[in-house]
Write a protein that binds this ligand. Sequence first.
Ligand code: FES
Ligand SMILES: [Fe+2]
Length: 452
Amino acid sequence: MFLYNKPYVVNPNAEATSLEAKRAEPDDGLDVPSPERYYSREFMEREWRALWPRVWLLAGVTADIPEEGDYTVFDIGPESVLVVRQKDGSIRAFYNVCPHRGNKVALNEFGSVDRFTCAFHGWRFCTDGKVDRITDEESFHPSLLRNRPHLSEVRCDHVGGLIFVNMDGQAPPLRDWIGLPKGYIENYEIDKMHVVRHVRTEWHGNWKVGVDAFYETYHLPHIHPQTQGVMEDYSQYDLYPNGFSRMIVPICTKSHRIADQDTVTPDLQYMMQEAGMNPAEYRGNAKDVRATVQAAKRARARRLGLSHYEKLTDGQLTDSWATGLFPNVQIGMHPEGAFIMRFLPHPTDPERFFYDNLTMYRYVDDPDYFVPGWMGLPKGTDVTGATRPPVEQYGIHQRADLGPVLNQDVELVAAVQRGSRSRGFRGPLWSAQESRVRHFHRELDRLLGSKP
Ligand code: FES
Ligand SMILES: [Fe+2]
């Protein structure tokens, strides 16, 4: 059962100190916000003033810039930020704007350089942002160059393989901002994974309609009924400080809504096979598949010396810990890989956003170790990490094939966006299964200095 005052818990026996334990719920109230937040330009402008510049934003992953001079560019709204690996191994970020006339210094999203050269007039910058050469410097009046025009630095820090930037000088340090307990992200060792697929699509919807849609599993039986055979749709929802949250989605189990809880279906057999088991030898009940898969994965990890499994609970070996990094990121975390989704606002239209997906995989060279089916990687994808795939970009009028589940979400989001403008809609009514959505909006309102 999932009661509004007694939410579902995945593992009632989890120790209080375990990251799996259900957290005490904060009082997020029962406000019903005005739907204006999903379409109004004024609300969007407030976000550009008081949200995006003030929060730590996921700018990339360390796996993409392993060597000195490797860089990645993170664009958000009117801003473009250049994130560069330094000589000493540290990572620094700069506005991707030339101090001469404002051209972009790096035109590609990824690359590796000794120096950045601005394409407009050839000014050159070192990887630490210092201006290295000003073309025909003697033609400038010296007073204009008295303060050397270096690239402007942006605050940058990284944790567990994830790189964040912050445009605000006043924000607390990254580690104080991340509301998750220490080790929560690090235990998955995302720094040892590689991007094996990167897809960016443009959707009809406000970025928050996107976040909302991925922050609960309440809609699974209705929009994605095909998941019911392998996934519970009651999730454990936990709310952390600063708008952070997670849901634990039990996998390798049938939804409680399915009448037959005993028969081992081909879908469950597939999951056993993925864990290196031979499903033909399994004599148990469907209810025990999850625990059996956990044990098989644990044993396989020990055989292969995958020490990060030791830091994870049994539940983490099968379940998705879908973790919300306020404001615009959710990461589906698994021992084999991570599915990062970034909801990037459109620079001018509050009714559009970019859904940016990085599929990350930790390559293990063993015949009994498989790329999980949930990654939905196209045939022939290089999973070894030897090549960084280019970003597959799809505009608003192009239909990207994101797989059946995400394709369903694309249509859903467009319909909900439209509905948010209806005179007949008075604002979202959130249940306890949507506590993460409420928690997210509450933090947003706190930052914007408004009541919902
Ligand atoms: S704008 Fe970069 S060199 Fe002129
Ligand atoms: Fe969905």
